[in-house]
Design a protein around this ligand. Structure first.
Ligand code: FAQ
Length: 313
């Protein structure tokens, strides 16, 4: 190990934050660009399943809240792309990688949103899983990522509550409404557990990322924490978790739960899920339609720069 590497490792051990201009190993930089850009892509692709329900929200209040939530996800994407840029990544390249299928985004956003109850289930479970994963990322070793996560987590926490409130309203409503809530839970439970990534034994990146304190918990640890936190919430709603193997384990003080369908997970991650093609098509269309906005913003920035330069001269 050379002295730069030794200094870097010492700073990681001392819980220092690594900042953009600091020396860092190439692999650390690459891992962060991969994880942060996957995260950014997930936020903006994640706008689509819920965006699908904005015009069909059952009341003005529900519509305003859902609209605000979806806009928050766009904001999260922007902070995260900016954080990736501080590592030297080029935003156009990142976006092209998403559009070409080279870059991954969260498996969860490749499932369809079939009923209004899915808005409840996504807020409760998907944002709930996102919080479980992202609160520890507020302590991740790379400064700009850690700082972005603080605001993201505050907003995700509001998203989780709005989802749970939709579920609670449905569960206290008619028998049909409660059945809709149960159906949404049935479809979103296992995919939400898959958001945490492959099992630790099959996760190529976890060990190194934990050593560098990019990740603070392993995929399985976070999945377990999520199950333990969410089962009582389902009980409060009077809903049944769709897992016949779910059982309290007194010894580990947590729930045992059934094996997930990993074939389905890998299929989706490799681009063959129920909505993968539709999602990428929608992103490409939005990108093409936003071209004039990007051009206008760049032209404005250029004009301001020229004005400042001529004032300084
Ligand atoms: N889907 O070795 P690992 C949200 C990939 S944001 C697709 O375990 P790692 C907010 C992984 O990238 C949700 N791909 O990888 C919201 C790796 O790819 P490689 C996104 C997955 O990085 C809510 C390969 O498999 N959150 O929900 C998935 O150490 C509602 C091997 O896996 C984040 O991105 C997956 N589920 O751990 C928005 C959080 N899992 O190496 C709208 C930050 C794994 O082949 C509405 N990211 N892969 O290129 C992380 O914490 C980590 O990157 C993990 C994966 C935990 C996702």
């Amino acid at each position: 190990m050379n002295s730069l590497e030794a200094q870097f490792e010492a700073r990681i051990a001392a819980e220092d934050k690594i900042e953009p201009k600091d020396w860092m190993p190439d692999h650390y930089r690459k891992t962060l660009i991969r994880q942060i850009s996957q995260h950014a892509h997930s936020e903006i692709v994640g706008m689509l399943p819920e965006g699908n329900w904005i015009t069909r929200a059952p009341s003005l209040r529900r519509k305003a809240v859902l609209l605000a939530k979806v806009q928050d996800e766009a904001g999260h994407g922007l902070y995260l792309y900016s954080a990736a840029e501080t590592l030297g990544a080029d935003r156009d390249t990142l976006i092209n990688d998403l559009h070409s299928g080279k870059a991954k985004y969260s498996s969860i956003f490749n499932y369809p949103t079939l009923t209004w109850a899915d808005m409840g289930a996504i807020g409760w479970l998907v944002d709930g899983a996102a919080i479980m994963n992202q609160v520890p990322l507020c302590r991740t070793s790379y400064g700009p990522y850690a700082r972005a996560m603080v605001r993201v987590c505050k907003e995700e926490s509001f998203h989780q509550r709005q989802g749970y409130e939709i579920m609670l309203t449905l569960c206290r409503g008619s028998a049909e409404q409660k059945a809709m809530a149960q159906d949404a839970l049935n479809r979103w439970w296992a995919p939400s557990l898959m958001m945490f990534g492959p099992k630790d034994a099959d996760s190529p990146n976890t060990e190194q990322s934990m050593r560098w304190k990019i990740k603070r918990f392993s995929n399985d640890e976070l999945r377990q924490k999520f199950v333990d936190a969410t089962v009582p919430q389902a009980e409060y709603l009077g809903l049944t978790i769709p897992d016949p193997d779910l059982k309290w384990n007194e010894e580990k003080m947590g729930y045992d739960f059934g094996e997930l369908n990993w074939e389905e997970f890998y299929n989706i991650v490799s681009g063959n899920g129920p909505c993968n093609r539709q999602r990428i098509q929608a992103r490409k269309k939005a990108y093409d339609e936003g071209k004039w906005v990007r051009e206008a913003a760049m032209a404005h920035a250029e004009k301001m720069k020229t004005r400042k330069e001529s004032q300084a001269a």
